[in-house]
Design a protein around this ligand. Structure first.
Ligand SMILES: [Zn+2]
Length: 301
């Protein structure tokens, strides 16, 4: 099947596209997932690569004739799966070991071409299930990763995209600020279902510090383009407010199943409330045992 049948692109700002799968049945089984292509005079920047279904690189080449660089907002499998169609990628240094981790706590597992193909078929809309071709899929293998950190710049020529460290959902989560278009690409760093407490987890206190850092740039963007949601920039302030309540012990402590186990959420906001007038847009799960950061000390190896 042609790659332009597997993906859909929507131009959200000049020379900037939100890309998603057109053949996947989003709903209970699979969350909506987005990646972004920012075309520039020097090169084009691909922000995240989703699950790795189909050849994302070939699809992006229908939108830009510039060379492409890939940056991952964090190491989770629904953000790095399509990296393997590209030659190399950039990721925050704190997520580097987790990118290559194996086992039940890793967000990413090396997968064969057949495994990825079978996964894609299992989530495809009925009319697409028999049309997928195994050659559209690529095995996940070790690849070159360059590390980035807070303050680094992707210079596309006509616009600069700045890396902002917002660790929490993963230790190396980042947002990418596009001042020219007054938007931030946020991956999963703050949204209506911000999951804290995964592998290498970060305390609520540290996450709050990172949100306060992100909030210093707040006057420079109006909207956040995330990996699963598009939200107004006030999501950052709401995150700060809720972290404060969690640390004070005055949050709602709602128990809700996620990934087959009960998790504690700061408020009762659910996906169903999202978009209702007056409804907040931020919620987060957290580990009640991991509220405060540990005192900094040199690592002993
Ligand atoms: Zn994630």
């Amino acid at each position: 099947m042609a790659n332009n049948e597997l993906f859909t692109a929507t131009e959200i700002c000049p020379r900037t596209w939100q890309i998603t799968y057109s053949f996947v049945e989003f709903g209970q089984k699979v969350n909506p997932v987005y990646c972004y292509l920012l075309d520039g005079d020097n090169y084009a920047l691909v922000i995240d690569t989703m699950y790795g279904y189909g050849n994302l690189r070939a699809f992006c080449e229908t939108l830009t004739d510039k060379p492409m660089k890939v940056v991952n907002t964090h190491f989770h499998g629904d953000h790095i799966g399509g990296n393997y169609h590209f030659d190399e990628a950039y990721i925050h240094w704190r997520d580097l070991p987790l990118f290559y981790a194996k086992g039940p706590n890793a967000g990413h597992f090396p997968r064969t071409q057949e495994e990825i193909y079978e996964r894609a078929k299992s989530v495809a809309l009925p009319e697409y299930a028999d049309k997928l071709c195994i050659n559209d899929f690529k095995a996940q293998e070790p690849m070159i990763l360059y590390t980035i950190e807070d303050g680094d710049i992707f210079d596309l020529g006509d616009r600069q995209i700045e890396v902002i460290y917002v660790g929490g959902h993963s230790p190396g989560c980042i947002a990418l600020l596009d001042r020219k278009n007054r938007c931030a690409f946020t991956g999963d760093c703050c949204n209506s279902n911000t999951l804290l407490g995964g592998p290498g987890g970060i305390s609520v206190e540290e996450y709050l510090e990172n949100l306060l850092h992100f909030n210093q740039f707040r006057s420079e963007f109006d909207i956040t383009y995330g990996g699963h949601q598009v939200l107004p920039a006030c999501v950052v302030e709401q995150g700060i407010e809720l972290c404060g309540r969690i640390l004070a012990g005055t949050d709602e402590k709602v128990q809700r199943p996620m990934f087959g186990r009960m998790m504690t959420y700061g408020t009762s906001l659910s996906r169903e409330d999202f978009g209702k007038p007056g409804a907040k847009v931020f919620n987060m799960s957290y580990d009640p045992e991991k509220l405060l950061k540990k005192p900094a000390k040199p690592q002993v190896i």
